[in-house]
Design a protein around this ligand. Sequence first.
Ligand SMILES: [Mn+2]
Length: 438
Amino acid sequence: MVKILHLSDIHMGSGFSHGRTNPETGTNTRLEDFSTTLGRCIDRALSEPVDLVLFGGDAFPDATPPPYVAEAFASQFRRLSEANVPTVLLVGNHDRYSQGQGSASLCIYRTLGVPGFVVGDRLETHRIDTRNGPVQVVTLPWLTRSTLLTRPQTQGLSISDVNQLLVERLRVALEGEIRQLDPEVPTVLLAHLMSDNATFGAERFLAVSRGFTIPLSLLIRPEFDYIALGHVHKHQNLNPANNPPIIYPGSIERVDFSEEKEEKGYVLVDLERGRADWEFCPLPVRSFHTIAVDVSDCDDPQAAILKAIGKTKIRDAVVRLSYKIAAEGLETIEMAALHEALKEAHNYTIQPELVSQLARPRVPELGIGRSIDPMEALNTYIDNREDLQDLQSDLLAAAESLLSDDGEIWQCPVGGAETEAVETDEVEDRSQNQLRLL
Ligand SMILES: [Mn+2]
C-alpha cells in the first residue's frame, strides 16, 4: 500500500490586503499564514510518513512570483526532497504564462534537478518508485485551447463547439496514456481542471461560461484508482461512489472572503491497485468573518452595529464590517468607537452603504400617474424637505445648467462613490443625491 498526501491551490503570495506588515520580519502576515499552513501539510507528510506528495496546481497567484514568495514556497517543499519523499508539482492555470507552454515558477524544480521532484506541465505518465512500491501518476495540467488545437481548427466555431472539440482531443490523448499503463501498478490521475459538475462556494454551478469544463465521464476509468484534482477551492468528492474517488482537496488557506465558510485542508490517501481510502484533514487556518447589518431603520445605528460586532468572534480574524445606513443616520456613527470595537481583529475593513433615497416613501405630489418635467419635480421635492430650503435656489440653478447642457450626459457615480460620500461635506453629498434622482 502506498500512502499519499494530496494538496492543492496554495496560491502563496495572494491576499496581502487581508494581512499587515509584521514589524519583526517585515513580511506580510498573510504570507506568513500561508507558509505556516503549507508547513503543516509538509509536517504531516514527514510525520506519517507518506510515500508520495501530489500537488494539484496553482502555487502562486501568477507565473512570476517575487523571489521572496517563491523562496517561502521552496523552503517548505525542499523538506520533502531532503526526506526523499517523491513529489509531483502540477502546473495550474495560475502557474502558466498567458501565452505558450510551461511554467517558470514550477519548471525551475526540473531545471535544477531537485531530487525526487517531478513537474507535470504536460499530459504524461510518470512511473514513480516509492518506499512502498511503484505508482503511476498521469499528469494533466491546465489546458487552454492552444494546447490541443491550432487557430485554423477553431476559426468560426462557437465557444461550446471549441470546448467539445477540445474534450474530444483530450479523450484521444488520454486514451493514448491509458493504453500504456501497467495494469498491475496503482495509478493516479493528477489533473488541474474544472469538472462539469463541480460546485463552488455557496453551491453554485460553475459550469457555465467559465472556460473549459471536462466531463466527469472522461475521468471515471477503471484504470485510475484515485483522481487527484486541483483548481476548485472548495473541498469536494465528485464521485461519492468512490470508484474511483475524484477529489478536490480545495485551497489550503482562505484566499478571499468567498471562502469564508469553507473548511480548509488536505487529503491523505491509502492507495493500492483497485482501491483508494481517503481522508480529508482539516487545517487550523485564519478565520474570515463578514459582519453585515442593516441599520437604516434603527433608532440607534451605532448600538446595533456594536452589538453585531460583539456577537462575532473577531479576535485574530480577518473581518469586514458592512452596514446599510440612512443618510440621516450617518452623523450618529462614531467611527472611533467602531475602530475600538474591531481592534482585536487581525485585519478589518469598514464599508458603510447609504441606502438608496429611492426606497423612501414618495412625495405625494409626485405620485404615480403624474407626468411632470424634471425641474418641477425637483422644486416639489425641495418644498418637501425643510433641510434643503436654504439651498433651493442653488439646487435649481445647478439642475437648470445640467439640463440645458445637451452635450453632456449626467452620469451617476459608480462603485465606491457612496462610500466616499460618507466623508464628503454633508450638504454637497445630499445635493448630489437629489440630482441623481433626475
Ligand atoms: Mn486553478
